[in-house]
Design a protein around this ligand. Sequence first.
Ligand code: SF4
Ligand code: SF4
Length: 282
Amino acid sequence: MARTPLSLSDGPDSPFVHLCQPDASKSCGACCGLYNYVDSGREALLRRLRRRTALFRASVRGPEDLRRFSETLKASEDGARRYEVIHCCEYVGFLDEGERRVGCLLHPMQNGGLDMRDASFYGRELCDGHFCPSYSYLSRAEKLALLEILDDWYLYGVCVTDIDLVKEFFRRVSESAGEMPAPARFRHPALRGEARRFFELKLSWPFRSESTNRFGKYSFDGTEYSTHAIDYGALGCEPSRFDRIFLSLQSEFGSRDELRRAEEIIRSRLEAVARRYGELVD
Ligand code: SF4
Ligand code: SF4
């Protein structure tokens, strides 16, 4: 849970790829509930994190100050959640002055060695020991390549936790290119730019369902999650080859024409990546 700030021991040759706090340009706070506010848009989260970070720095000197900090925030922030069962932790803030890294304000590296995470909803042990499924399911090459492509906390957090989207992206690019591009290839600005344009669909997808019980490929009925399915039959067509990507993008199509337009967007963005890669290796 956004728990361990940048570790200098996790260099490029380390077998462990740090996804929570990978480098100075970005980090993730998704499992601390960062995106579970009703308004989880970039600007709203930026204001929220900026304000609580300032309050924390100004008012918290030790564990004895945390209760007041927490009460002040709860009384002054809009705490409405998208999913009631997912906790939104009030201790996520910005870890650096440039507001590039989000993470845990209670972590010892933020407090001169003092670990205050016991005061949190999950407690220190859970906060420290949690590794989201992306750690297990993304390959090392996929992780390293994603870290090359993305450099902003907001987009990074929504993408690194979307295993299907990341895997589908690299699978399709690899198929087109005839190989999985080495992660370092994505340092090239043109290739990185095209890859980033694909992941930015996560923020600007025109066919995104605004249904409040949807979360990527999941539907939530108030008590349980289930995997959502796009009703291709109702559109009069076969399941799309981009079905997994569409689910990750929380898609909803009103017509066959919309589906075809969506396929064209995905196809063209993936092809642009493969083409750029081809230019680099030719
Ligand atoms: S969602 Fe995963 S990558 Fe993000 S902070 Fe939590 S454990 Fe780290
Ligand atoms: S205390 Fe809150 S912000 Fe810190 S790691 Fe735990 S859940 Fe995340």
